[in-house]
Design a protein around this ligand. Structure first.
Ligand SMILES: [Zn+2]
Length: 148
């Protein structure tokens, strides 16, 4: 990538209104702290976990929204892989997903980023670290406090 070329913003990044809603849902205590959870969701785990873990139901809902948005994106405007410039479309589907949900209130709010087949070879920790770097572009003070 050319050094002056900024990575294209993709639909999985929130618009201003959605970011406000997400930020509000992530606030805890007196409102000065923001808590969010980052989960690397592997396709196999998704298939095995559906119907058992309520978190997976939220994930399934968010992934369905992500796939619908990526199916409807014109070429050159689809969501990009978390870790590279692979663009997702109706023909190029993510292998896995990184899902960020607000820690305080859930209710179907979350951000989904696809992970392409090649990048899915990375460990959960590596993918979560990349996700954290991306989130810091929105929330610069974000710090990891543990792993789920
Ligand atoms: Zn990739």
């Amino acid at each position: 990538m050319h050094p002056t070329q900024k990575r294209r913003a993709s639909p999985q990044f929130l618009n201003r209104k959605q970011a406000r809603k997400f930020h509000k849902a992530a606030r805890v205590g007196s409102g000065h702290r923001t808590v969010m959870e980052v989960a690397v969701v592997r396709r196999d785990a998704m298939i095995g976990g559906l119907g058992r873990d309520p978190a997976f139901r939220t994930f399934a809902h968010l992934i369905a929204q992500f796939l619908a948005a990526s199916d409807n994106s014109p070429a050159g405007h689809g969501p990009l892989c978390l870790a590279c410039d692979t663009e997702f479309s109706a023909r190029v589907l993510p292998a896995d997903f990184l899902i960020t949900t607000p820690g305080a209130a859930k209710g179907g709010i979350g951000m989904v980023t696809g992970v392409c087949t090649r990048c899915a070879a990375q460990s959960d920790a590596e993918l979560a670290a990349i996700g954290l770097r991306r989130l810091r572009q929105i929330w610069p003070d974000l710090r990891p406090v543990g792993t789920a």
